[in-house]
Ligand binder design. Structure first.
Ligand SMILES: [Zn+2]
Length: 338
């Protein structure tokens, strides 16, 4: 089928067959590219009931940042082994669902490009206009030959639609859901971003985001994440998560909560340690030394585990009452928007 092997896709297919009946695997879309036909897969573990909380992982939206796909595949490998004996995990999965879409942009991951096969940056593709200091990298409609091209204003790309569909069917139907979208690049810190990306304005669940951060800070005081609204760093057009979040808030019961998070792994640190990697294709976005790659593959598992558990026991963050909500909102405004 392909001209060179597609390691990440093969790895996913092998994992999917090892999970067997313990996972539900679906093909969300097929993306044609130069005579090939690349599937976008999802894999689900745990309860399929609509009233359980859901934690979803997305990787490879930007194909060049395939480390996101690799981290998810590595986590799936760990879960596959744990399910053999860890009854605590099994019982957690009876009360929750994990959803994985490790390769959202298969053509991009296969070709090593940020954009999809049409030259569109999928994280600039949604019908959301940035408000504030936007630049070329914020997303534009000048030419598909330039990076950060937004694509058509009237029709979203097949990959973006596939992502929206899985969020709408699997996360919007849940009482409580977290999406974690894995990227790499931007700076030397690992950042955990919540909305908005399109404007420097507090999103309606800012109190819950602050409470979740406080809980994580308290339980893991030596963690290395910078947790903030994405617009603290820059403002972009067409952010898929802003689009989905606003849609959710408008169309759903206010007692439900959908929290989209972006994990931006700070890859410039990998580069600072080996500056010559700048001249290699994946250099800015991917750890090229094996020991560094291994470290990154396991680096975020504590966060994943924490987020999964926080969905099962939401009283300290998602289930806040009036006074706690007001207090967290005030603290969030002081911290991020003062
Ligand atoms: Zn990215």
């Amino acid at each position: 089928m392909s001209k060179h092997s597609f390691v990440e896709l093969e790895q996913f297919e092998s994992l999917a067959s090892q999970f067997g009946g313990r996972a539900r695997v679906e093909t969300l879309a097929r993306i044609p590219h130069e005579g090939c036909d690349f599937p976008i897969y999802s894999l689900m573990l745990g309860s399929m009931r609509q009233d359980v909380p859901v934690f979803a992982f997305f990787g490879g939206v930007h194909g060049l940042e395939k480390i996101g796909s690799e981290v998810i595949l590595s986590y799936l490998q760990t879960l596959l082994q744990l399910l053999d004996w860890d009854e605590e995990l099994t019982s957690r999965l009876e009360r929750s669902r994990l959803v994985f879409v490790p390769i959202v942009n298969p053509v991009g991951v296969y070709c090593g490009t940020r954009s999809n096969g049409n030259g569109v940056d999928l994280m600039r593709n949604a019908p959301v206009e940035g408000n504030g200091n936007t630049r070329l990298f914020s997303g534009h409609r000048l030419s598909h030959r330039l990076p950060w091209y937004r694509g058509s204003a009237s029709q979203m790309e097949a990959e973006a639609l596939a992502l929206c569909r899985v969020v709408e069917t699997q996360l919007f139907t849940a009482p409580l859901a977290i999406a974690l979208d894995l990227h790499s690049g931007f700076g030397i810190h690992d950042r955990l971003w919540f909305p908005y990306a399109s404007r420097k304005e507090a999103f309606p669940h800012i109190a819950q985001a602050h409470a979740l951060k406080t809980l994580f800070d308290r339980c893991y005081p030596h963690h290395f994440y910078k947790i903030e609204p994405m617009s603290q760093e820059y403002v972009i057009n067409g952010d898929l998560w802003d689009y989905l979040y606003d849609d959710f808030v408008q169309s759903h019961d206010s007692r439900r909560l959908f929290m989209p998070l972006t994990l931006e792994m700070g890859s410039w640190l990998w580069l600072r340690k080996s500056p010559l990697h700048l001249f290699q294709r994946h250099g800015l976005f991917h750890p090229l030394l094996p020991h560094r790659q291994q470290r990154i593959l396991r680096r975020h598992f504590t966060l994943f585990d924490f987020l999964h558990r926080s969905l099962l026991y939401p009283s300290k963050w998602a289930g806040l009452d009036g006074e706690q909500l007001a207090l967290n909102r005030r603290r969030a405004m002081d911290l991020w928007y003062a």
